[in-house]
Design a protein around this ligand. Sequence first.
Ligand SMILES: CC1=C(CCC(=O)O)c2cc3nc(cc4[nH]c(cc5[nH]c(cc1n2)c(C)c5CCC(=O)O)c(CCC(=O)O)c4C)C(CCC(=O)O)=C3C
Ligand SMILES: [Fe+2]
Length: 343
Amino acid sequence: MAYDAVVLVSFGGPERPEDVMPFLQNVTRGRGVPPERLEEVAEHYQHFGGVSPINQQCRELLAAIREDFAANGIDLPVYWGNRNWDPMLADTVAQMRDDGVQHALAFVTSAFGGYSSCRQYQEDIAAARAAVGADAPLVDKLRQFWDHPGFVEPHADAVRVALAQLDPAKRSTTRLVFTAHSIPDSMDANAGPHGFRYTAQLAETARLVHAAAAPDLEYDLVWQSRSGPPQVPWLEPDVNDHLAALAAQGVTGVVVSPIGFVSDHLEVVWDLDTEALETAKQLGLDFVRAGTPGTDPRFVTMVRELVRERTDPEGATLRRRLGELPLWDTCPTVCCVPTRRPS
Ligand SMILES: CC1=C(CCC(=O)O)c2cc3nc(cc4[nH]c(cc5[nH]c(cc1n2)c(C)c5CCC(=O)O)c(CCC(=O)O)c4C)C(CCC(=O)O)=C3C
Ligand SMILES: [Fe+2]
């Protein structure tokens, strides 16, 4: 198949105080998130002057991908569009149409399967194409990359760097704590063709990062940034509750590694660097948060490799990966279909 463009697709975030509420309304429309929760999250954004770091991180990734493509003979224009805030994906797809793009590949800034991380982005692409009309380019999403070395190795290095900041004399009571965005239990139950793919993939990423970074330490996978109505069950334990449990067991320090994410966006700098850090302080735990891939050259190379998997005649044999879970290029239609949402 001949592709003539690549598009970076991300979550989006506000960059001015007055955009925070409209952004949050875009995120939560029809999702049954209580107004109190929205007010609370709005404050997290206002704490940073109404500016989410995520758009700037996307600009930097976009620039790095363009540079990498140019240096490696990939002659494809690279666009960028978001699910929830400017540049909105529908505007980007309209621009692509105006530029004569016919068939693009989409790199989505989430490594995992599941509704929020995978299927919803495919729905966003379909909605953007529908808004543009019959002459909209085709857009195929690149595969999930939870076990690609270009994702795992930057996380593992970041864990090593973080560990080096803790007291080596206390290493035997130091714990690795991997985190990812909590989702409703029901969303995990229908993640992937056979269900539970979100938690299974995260467990695999955690295992791979642990093995590469600090196999002598114990580790856990826990959840952060829970949303939704309180009566709906979401993945647990929450990272803050887990830190309390670890302190009670005699753990003296933690490295918290947000393997669920590709950059230090607001859910990292608020929910971990602000809230979880405060929890750790109150518990007397040493706390270092490990970094995310961001624009690590290995992560940028991964984007190029994922594109080559789809554009080279031998592409299917190029797939670099460290894990063993099933992997596919095109999601089956039965994947990650949302159940009726609580309102
Ligand atoms: C799995 C997952 C990822 C990882 C995959 C991916 O990266 O896509 C992710 C990423 C992100 N989530 C983000 C922000 C928000 N997520 C919310 C709400 C929700 N997230 C959910 C899941 C996920 N979210 C879910 C099930 C909800 C409930 C509403 C619904 O069913 O959709 C809300 C509403 C307020 C609240 O938190 O209640 C906000 C503001 C930002 C941007 C941060 C920034 O601005 O820098 C990013 C990268
Ligand atoms: Fe979220």
